[in-house]
Design a protein around this ligand. Sequence first.
Ligand code: HXC
Length: 524
Amino acid sequence: MTDQAQPSRPGVLSVVQRVVEFFRRRARATGGGGTKAIEKQIASGKLTARDRIRLILDAGTFHEYDLFVEHKAVDFNMAGKDLAADGVVTGTVGGHPVCIFAQDFTVAGGSLGLAHARKITKIMDHALKLCIPLIGINDSGGARIQEGVNSLAGYGEIFYRNTLASGVIPQISVILGPCAGGAVYSPALTDFVFVVEKISRMFITGPEVIKTVLGEEISMEDLGGARVHTEITGNAHFYAATELECFQQIKKLFTFIPWNNRKKADAFPPRPPKPAYDLDKVIPPDSRQPFDVRDVIRGVCDDSDLIEVHENWAANIVCGFARIQGQTVGVVANQPLVLAGVLDVDSSDKAARFIRFCDAFNIPLLTFVDLPGYLPGVDQEHAGVIRHGAKLLYAYSEASVPKITVILRKAYGGGYIAMCSRHLGADFVFAWPSAEIAVMGPEGAANIIFRKEITEAADPNEMRKQKVAEYTEMFANPYRAAAEGHIDAVITPSETREYVIHAMEISISKVDARPTKKHGVPPF
Ligand code: HXC
């Protein structure tokens, strides 16, 4: 008997009517803010929330939840206002499993009210329970103004979960539109923030407020655009020219990181570095000449493949993921090309955070050293180089994953200690013959310890040269440190990969017992 043939009872829908009603409701809920709003979204160069999810990971495996959640707001004519999916799409993605949410700007500007926030916190709870990564796509005008304090409550509950999940599951934020006011603090609490040229806008107070309060005019782009956050503030880790490029970057990052803090990142078949990277030719003959440390990293790692984190910020230190014999490593390296590779406020911050991510997610650390020390100057002192520099010492000392250090050239003073020296718990320290391990550079050292001889000499310049040469001969080499056992082996550049592979292989079951404590108190 067909459904149409069923005698219908008044007020009760038939099965067919129910199915029709379901499709009608589903179309309405997935229809975003309607054709006009979607056209406006696309005209502004942005994809829709669901298209973003479809494109971000394995297509076709997305399951959406809480499609029919409704808000209960009544003030400011909100009673009964139909907001499709309450302006946020949430669900899970299969394949490489993740929990995901994407704010839908076409619905009330993606603004966050209580129901919207509860959808997000529910998917966050899910991610934490299932121990799988969380991706959040932010495209929102911020707290839904009509919902008042309930919106603020929603944000607070998101921040709380970001913090609980920190170090347990990887959390990724993608800024694909406005992310304004306190809303910025959820991305700021997550591990990696992705931004896209001309689309991402992140700020606490917008241009209008700045104009009113400070009388200064600034565009949204100049205040908190993609370049600002990848080059100046360091709030964002990855920059892309388009949304599609951004999604490729996310996919690539996922190949390097594990699902949670109890797993290791997926292993890949080992591949040798590309022959173009000849380590024996990297170091220039004159030790004052710079070189690109990425050539060293690429000469050591599988397939010469490196994915840099914060590539355009604090470029005097390189942080990124690579593989050794198919296993992910976190690479930290001074970059002699920029400020001679010194440590300063931003590079210390950058490296410390990266090291803590690697340590939390079982990723061994591989450090390459070539630095003259910490950057001197009033600006740095007043910007807190002591406090920020201490973060790096803390992060390296705290990290209990395998730690392998290769000293390429200069390792002077505090910089020598800070860059994962044996004294901060490195498991293996290797040095190239070009290494210079000393309290400071030969010029500075000679000027201090031989001041009297130099000033009293008939030819002070000649005497200075002589004393610098004397000091260099004695200290600016790896052998004093090797003689003390502070480094384990002096190796040729071309032996580096073999030594690193061996060190990683035998560190696989490393156990690093620490004193019992609730948690440490790092110099945040
Ligand atoms: C409610 C909002 C909204 C909000 C935008 N809309 N932001 N509705 N609450 N916060 C609505 C608009 O009314 C409009 O609805 C639709 O979304 C699209 O907005 P437009 O202004 O037309 O879009 P656009 O020109 O692209 O401008 C985007 C914008 C602007 C720059 C984000 O909307 C804006 O400045 N919004 C307010 C931003 C803000 O001050 N938020 C509060 C921050 S404080 P219609 O119906 O006309 O389509 C905050 C505190 C959080 O977030 C604290 C947490 C700790």
